[in-house]
Write a protein that binds this ligand. Structure first.
Ligand SMILES: Nc1ncnc2c1ncn2[C@@H]1O[C@H](COP(=O)(O)OP(=O)(O)OP(=O)(O)O)[C@@H](O)[C@H]1O
Ligand SMILES: [Mg+2]
Length: 397
């Protein structure tokens, strides 16, 4: 099914396109940023099945009506306008089937397009679509790599799921070393170079089988070759990976470049790892602003508090209030066990199957396999930390 998006905001258009590319149905999505007039010639030549329009002028509505007369099969989703009942009749005659008064996020738009697609009988994806889970550090040393690698282990251990661990920390990636002493047959930079001919077979032959069901693609050994990797190559890599694996766990480290943003855009879930100290929380808030500016829905972002110990100066509730999120995943601090695992290059579940860290990772894997939607209830009391942040006016530059 063909969908064309017309909106004045190039960033939003990119996000919506991204969301529709991930949807359950197959959409061919084209976009134009600007008014409807600038897209008119193309739309008349090849009218889409669904036009998504965020009007910028009254004239856009007149033009929509004229387009609809010539292309009565074209449905329209109208964004960011609240027509009165009298206008609504005219709009319905112009093919408007959905009106979203607020400018929607990607998920809301996908749902609206999905309602239309269902009626039109748009074809469902037949290819397997695994979940992309991205881990990133709010600040260096948070434990993001340790958690990504060991979560991948836990996901593969808990079920028959096929799991791929991909190290996108292109300069200093070390994820594979956390769970294996072997070297893989290839690495991300080499696979990226071959992205034009990348398919499941080539990807499989590039991965190291770490344990049954768990495969890993290491970061390049040489930091220089990592700098040549392009976002579009990463897009292909993740697309092929998720068509072959149930879970694709990605360690993106802490550098925010085009490659990292590509992975974040494609992620079904993002796990931002931090610890319970002010510098981590400050960077966590900055990251949160970034996610907001990228229009990621809050349900996509998870905050993982690593190395948690009770009795510190700052509490879980301080952190919840500061990040304005009720949902926190906590992983306890257990230095000895984790150091043994990291030093031996053996998953923590093998080194210490009963450790609280192993248990917390198993719980995390379990909740990923059986997602349970928790409603955000963030209103209310301002805690110590939020007051500190408010006073200091900490914002992302
Ligand atoms: N839950 C934990 N308990 C105790 N120690 C931990 C825990 N998680 C991680 N660590 C320790 O923290 C160290 C740093 O972890 P890791 O390399 O995963 O951080 P990172 O966020 O990936 O860092 P970088 O930003 O350098 O990539 C590990 O070597 C390990 O010793
Ligand atoms: Mg790391």
């Amino acid at each position: 099914m063909r969908v064309h998006i017309v909106s004045p905001s190039a960033d939003r258009t990119r996000n919506w396109q991204q969301a529709l590319t991930h949807a359950v149905r197959i959409y061919e999505v084209t976009t134009s940023s600007g008014g409807l007039a600038s897209a008119e010639i193309g739309l008349r030549a090849t009218p889409p099945d669904v036009l998504v329009l965020q009007p910028t002028h009254e004239a856009d509505i007149d033009l929509l009506q004229s387009l609809a007369q010539d292309h009565p099969n074209m449905d329209c989703v109208l964004l960011g306008t609240q027509p009165d009942p009298a206008q609504l009749m005219g709009l319905m005659r112009a093919g408007v089937r959905e009106v979203l008064p607020e400018v929607p996020d990607g998920v809301q738009l996908s749902m609206a397009v999905e309602r239309l697609a269902r009626r039109r009988g748009g074809s469902l994806r037949h290819t397997k679509r695994g979940k992309v889970l991205c881990f990133m550090s709010c600040k260096g040393g948070s434990g993001a790599t340790f958690l990504a690698a060991n979560l991948a282990v836990a996901l593969a251990e808990q079920s028959n799921a096929r799991v791929a661990l991909i190290d996108l920390n292109l300069q200093f990636g070390d994820a594979l070393l956390f769970i294996s002493s072997q070297t893989g047959p290839s690495n991300v930079a080499e696979v990226a170079l071959n992205s034009e001919r990348l398919d499941k077979d080539l990807l499989r032959s590039s991965l190291l089988e770490v344990s049954p069901g768990l495969f890993a693609l290491a970061a390049p050994n040489d930091p220089a070759s990592g700098t040549d990797v392009l976002p579009e190559q990463v897009q292909t890599l993740l697309q092929v990976a998720r068509s072959d694996f149930d879970y694709v766990v990605v360690d993106i480290g802490r550098t925010l470049n085009g490659v990292a943003l590509q992975a974040l855009d494609m992620a079904d879930q993002v796990y931002a790892v931090l610890q319970l100290t002010l510098p981590f929380i400050r960077d966590g808030k900055r990251l949160q602003e970034l996610f907001r500016s990228l229009d990621y829905p809050p349900s996509k972002i998870h905050w993982v508090l690593n190395r948690f110990e009770k009795g510190g100066q700052l509490t879980l509730s301080d952190l919840r209030q500061s990040l304005k999120t009720p949902e926190l995943i906590t992983i306890p601090n257990h230095y000895g066990v984790v150091a043994d695992s990291v030093n031996q290059g053996v998953p923590v579940s093998k080194v210490a199957p009963r450790s609280p860290v192993t248990k917390a990772l198993a719980d995390m894997a379990d909740s990923i396999r059986n997602p349970d939607v928790t409603e955000a209830t963030t209103s209310g009391i301002k805690g110590l930390l939020s007051k500190v942040f408010d006073k200091r006016g900490i914002k992302v530059a």
